[in-house]
Design a protein around this ligand. Structure first.
Ligand code: GLN
Length: 309
């Protein structure tokens, strides 16, 4: 992709990098512990097809929770909102992304929203396909279309590392299965979910996917309406209310754009009609968001008046 290195963006990246040592890389998925703490890169893909970047934007990373918004879009296209929201709610939780507590205390078994792990596991269980390979294949094809890049793949090492260690996610699946939220076999859901989280791309791809949401589901390069407008709207709303986990409220006040983060340090954001932004900074704050990524968005939002509110 033709993306020009930009001095102004580089300035903000250098500024934001100063906080990387206040965070830590995720280590509960063993393969993620190998990421380097002081990395920070960003790409901005404008809806007119131009692109600017700073840092090593070719470096690949796994989507982790960013994939939740993409699997949600696919499942909403497959089944429609009414069916999907029968099984998963639409309210923020205020709890960490992997918390199990509200599964028991509120509306037993039905997760509060699709951006927390419990809700995302339900969404993954709804991806259409005969086999696990068909399901992950369909999601991957959809994501390749969004990034307009056929070479996006699943990182086998990260998928395996999470599959072998992800016991709380399994526990949530069993709890929800007990309550009839899904019928699928837990190990099958975990297989597709861990591969979904391990889909790998770079900040440029992520910025481009953000720009599709910025244009309400229409691809700026191909002109194709990949996500129907009403579904793109639902996804963007979840990004605002739940996209940055239990830091979404503060993020909305300080930065004010739809965004979704993942524990590998990725953030996908967008400014409506203007651009998508892809950030990779693996050092995380205590809530699991890229610490320098948030700092960078704070600087950009203040300097370019990005808040939608
Ligand atoms: N794969 C990760 C998990 O389920 C995703 C979490 C995240 O990025 N917040 O724990």
């Amino acid at each position: 992709m033709n993306c020009r290195h930009n001095k102004e963006l580089e300035y903000f990246v250098t500024e934001a990098k100063k906080v990387t040592d206040k965070g830590k890389v995720a280590s509960y998925i063993p393969a993620l512990a190998e990421l380097s703490e002081d990395d920070l890169s960003a790409a901005v893909y404008f809806t007119d097809g131009t692109c600017i970047s700073a840092g090593d934007v070719e470096k690949a990373f796994t989507l982790q929770s960013i994939s939740k918004v993409l699997s949600l879009a696919l499942v909403l296209i497959d089944h429609g909102p009414e069916k999907v929201f029968h099984y998963v709610g639409q309210e923020p939780t205020g709890d960490p992304f992997n918390s199990i507590i509200k599964l028991e205390t509120v509306n037993p078994g039905k997760p509060l929203n699709p951006m927390i792990n419990a809700g995302a596991l339900v969404v993954t269980s709804m991806i259409k396909g005969e086999t696990n390979a068909d399901k992950i294949g369909r999601l991957l094809d959809f994501i390749k279309k969004l990034a307009n890049n056929r070479s996006i793949t699943v990182c086998g090492k990260v998928a395996e590392s999470e599959f072998e260690t992800s016991m709380v996610n399994r526990a949530m699946c069993y709890y929800m299965k007990e309550h009839g939220i899904f019928q699928a076999e837990v190990e099958d859901v975990m297989d597709v979910y861990t591969k979904q989280c391990a889909i790998e791309m770079n900040s440029l791809d992520l910025a481009k996917i953000g720009s599709v949401f910025a244009l309400n589901g229409k691809h700026p390069e191909t002109g194709e309406q990949i996500i129907p407008k009403d579904i793109a709207r639902i996804c963007k709303t979840f990004m605002v209310t739940c996209g940055m986990y239990n830091a979404s409220g503060e993020f909305a006040i300080k930065i004010g754009i739809p965004a979704k983060s993942g524990v590998s340090g990725g953030i996908m954001g967008l400014s409506p009609y203007r651009f998508g932004i892809g950030i990779f900074g693996p050092s995380l704050d205590e809530k699991g968001n890229s610490i320098a990524g948030i700092r960078l968005l704070e600087l950009l939002s203040a300097n370019y008046s990005l808040s939608i509110f």
